[in-house]
Each structure stands twice: as structure tokens, then as C-alpha cells.
Design a binder for this molecule. Structure first.
Ligand code: ADP
Ligand code: MG
Length: 397
């Protein structure tokens, strides 16, 4: 789909996205820069992406009339929202190219299927996931209680709908495990062994309809309370042998899925190098990812540019990072002082610092834990980027 083109009926080349969050907003920005029109399907009237898109279809994600309208307006469709009903993508795929496909989104939405996929390509990818067991029935629980003491202490994770550490319970004993599963109402879960992490990283891969693959170097991520807080994106952010393995593993995972679009694969770096070779695959997101936001300011093609290129069938540029970068997530907490009163953060102070790039998502309500924006810091070298990041973090409390 050529950018900026108009067909004989006068219809503009338009890209569609299911979901109206910040990922959709940054996708819309990238698409529009290239000359595409955009359409967002999102029920919320004031969503970050809906606010900036040419078209905003304001219906539920599974509303058939809304999906038909999206298909009418767009020549290709993507999703920005991991928990979008896979059925909605299936419906759209009957008439429009959809990337990523309903099938792969379905795999990434379900930790049981996701781990089975990682296991299926472990020989090629060279990485395995943490030891785990599937809990779907009371008999599964009993079997784990009887035979899998090796998984404790562990993390019980719901198979579906988890994000930012939600739907997870840390359990130390068999009694805690039984209680936690009961608390989660006995829904399908995985119990994962708690690993001694020394670091976490993620890799962004983009793959086109024709199988062309490009990727970014791994970024190192720091999570606080299960939510991404800081991303370190520069040479030397992790040992280079591990970085190369992670990148190659992510590429093979995307290829093995026949994936089209941008995929993010998250990895753990573990202490015990002997058992797991130091690298363990955690999960994947079938879309651009919070840990890749730095690519907007630090690379000559961002993860959102690549999503646009991939879904529209354009050539995929191999992205080049031109500056070291650190990204700080701006959660709603930043809007509240020690006294609990809402106040605007010190943006002027932040913007006075060299190399700061502020991104706000246009959300009205700041709530603790809510992703309101992010700040990327770029600079001539890693040391100065770190210094500015430290000062910005101080200003933001
Ligand atoms: P989410 O879908 O919420 O991102 P994750 O599976 O990525 O779920 O877990 C969130 C965070 O919890 C991880 O980034 C990591 O910090 C921690 N975590 C998850 N699983 C494990 C594990 N098996 N061992 C140690 N820490 C873990
Ligand atoms: Mg995660």
C-alpha cells in the first residue's frame, strides 16, 4: 500500500489499528508522517490514539458494525492492544490484510500456548523458558502439589489477560500455591519457578509479508512492582555474547511463528549460567512495546515506523541507533507530591536538561501505576545520558 496514494474512488491510503492506547497513538503518528490516513477502533471517546487519528470508530472491539467500518476505511489493519479479542482480528482478516495475524496474537495472549511455542522452537532459538507447570484443573493442582516442589518458590500467573504484573501471585509454599489458585478462582494458570534474575532485556523484531526480518539490539529493562520503569539502550548495556544470543533467539521465534509486524520478546538473564546458559525467554508481545519507545528518538527508524512498513508491505529498513538512550516511564505517580496533592510535574526543569525528549499520551486522569508518558534521554555518550537521566529522575521525584 503506497503511502499518500488515492484510489480511483478517491479513497486515501489508510492504515487501521484496533485499540486506542499510547501504542496506537505513536503508531498513528508514524503512519501519518509517511502520508497515510489512519483509523482507530476504540470505545473510549478520549483515547490517546483516537484523539490524533483521522478516523475514530467508537465501538467495542468486537462490534461487527465497527469492524466492518474499519475494514471499509482501511486497506490494512494492525492491533496495539494485546488483549484485543482474537476473533475481531479474524473477522477483519476475511476482507483485509491483518498483521499480526489472529493466530499469533492468540498464542501470545495465552501463556500456556506461548510457552509451548517457545519450547517448540527451543532447538533453533537456543533458549528455553523458566521451568513451569500448567494448572487447568484441580487434578493439575494436586499433581503439582505432590510432584513439583522444584517449582517453589514460584510465580502463579493467569494464562490470559495478564500485563504489568497483574494476574500474578508469588508463592513460597504448597499451601500458598493452593490458596493463590483458589483466589484466582481456579482459572487456567502457569506456575513458574522463581529465577534469580540478574537482569531483564527485550528484543524488537520486525518481519514483513515476504519474510524480510530486521531487529534492534536488545535493550535492558528495569521493572518496579512488575511495571517497566527504565530502559537502558546503548552498547554495553549487557554482555555482548548474551545480547547476540537474545537477538538471534528473538528473530528465530518470530520466524518460527511466520510473524508479520513488530514483535517484542522479553528475556531474563539469570545467575545460574550453567542451567539455562544465562538466558531464559519470558514472554512476547505481538506489537510494539514500551521497552522500544526509545527507538523514536534514538534510532533512524522507530519500532512504530517498522510496524507501518511491515503492515503496508513497504521495505523494512534495518534500523540504526544513532545515540545512546535511556527511557524513563512516566507513571501517574509522578503527578502526585509527597502530600498526595495532584500537581503538574516540573516539565520545564526536565526540558532544560540536554537531550530530553518528552512524550505525553494525552490522558486526562493521572492515577498511580497508569502509563501517562515517557521521557527519552539521548546524548553524545553513555556517561552524559546517565547523568541527565539521573537529574531528570530527581526532578520527577
Ligand atoms: P507481565 O505480562 O505482567 O509483563 P511477566 O511474566 O513479564 O508478566 O512478569 C512481570 C515481571 O515479574 C517480570 O518482568 C519480572 O521482573 C518478574 N518475573 C516474572 N516471572 C519471573 C520468574 N519466573 N522469576 C523471577 N522474576 C519473574
Ligand atoms: Mg512482561
Amino acid at each position: 500500500l503506497l503511502p499518500g496514494s488515492v484510489d480511483t474512488a478517491g479513497q486515501r491510503a489508510t492504515l487501521g489499528v484496533l485499540g486506542g492506547g499510547q501504542l496506537g497513538r505513536m503508531f498513528v503518528h508514524a503512519a501519518q508522517r509517511l502520508g497515510y490516513f489512519t483509523a482507530v477502533l476504540e470505545p473510549d471517546a478520549k483515547s490517546p490514539a483516537g484523539l490524533v487519528s483521522h478516523h475514530h470508530i467508537q465501538t467495542a472491539y468486537d462490534d461487527l458494525a465497527g469492524l466492518a467500518e474499519l475494514a471499509r476505511l482501511c486497506q490494512a489493519v494492525t492491533t496495539e492492544f494485546e488483549n484485543v479479542p482474537a476473533q475481531a482480528l479474524q473477522t477483519l482478516a476475511q476482507t483485509r490484510p491483518v498483521a499480526p495475524s489472529a493466530a499469533v496474537v492468540g498464542i501470545a495472549q495465552n501463556r500456556i500456548e506461548e510457552k509451548a511455542h517457545f519450547a517448540a522452537c527451543a532447538d533453533v532459538s537456543g533458549v528455553t523458558c523458566a521451568p513451569y507447570a500448567v494448572l487447568e484443573t484441580p487434578a493439575d493442582l494436586q499433581a503439582v502439589l505432590d510432584e513439583r516442589a522444584d517449582l517453589l518458590p514460584g510465580i502463579l500467573k493467569t494464562a490470559r489477560m495478564g500485563y504489568d504484573g497483574k494476574g500474578q501471585v508469588r508463592v513460597k509454599t504448597t499451601a500458598e500455591l493452593a490458596a493463590a489458585w483458589a483466589e484466582l478462582a481456579g482459572v487456567a494458570c502457569v506456575l513458574e519457578k522463581m529465577l534469580p534474575l540478574t537482569a531483564e532485556c527485550s528484543v524488537l523484531v520486525a518481519r514483513g509479508w515476504d519474510g524480510q526480518v530486521v531487529s534492534f539490539a536488545p535493550q535492558r529493562n528495569v521493572h518496579i512492582d512488575g511495571i517497566l520503569a527504565v530502559t537502558h539502550a546503548y552498547a554495553g548495556n549487557m554482555p555482548s555474547a548474551l545480547a547476540e544470543r537474545a537477538r538471534a533467539a528473538a528473530v528465530s521465534i518470530a520466524q518460527h511463528l511466520g510473524y508479520v509486524g513488530v514483535l517484542c520478546v522479553e528475556f531474563f538473564v539469570v545467575e545460574d549460567g550453567s542451567e539455562h546458559g544465562g538466558l531464559v525467554v519470558n514472554e512476547m508481545a505481538p506489537r510494539p512495546h514500551n521497552s522500544g519507545h526509545y527507538t523514536i528518538d534514538a534510532c533512524d527508524a522507530s519500532q512504530f515506523d517498522l510496524q507501518v512498513h511491515a503492515m503496508a508491505g513497504l521495505p523494512l529498513p534495518q534500523p540504526r541507533q544513532h545515540s545512546p538512550a535511556i527511557m524513563l516511564n512516566l507513571l501517574g505517580d509522578v503527578w502526585f507530591g509527597a502530600d498526595g496533592q495532584r500537581q503538574e510535574p516540573d516539565w520545564l526543569g526536565v526540558l532544560r536538561l540536554p537531550g530530553t525528549h518528552l512524550h505525553l499520551y494525552g490522558k486526562e486522569q493521572a492515577r498511580p501505576g497508569r502509563k501517562m508518558g515517557h521521557l527519552t534521554i539521548t546524548g553524545p555518550d553513555v556517561a552524559s545520558v546517565k547523568t541527565v537521566a539521573r537529574r531528570a529522575a530527581e526532578l520527577l521525584g
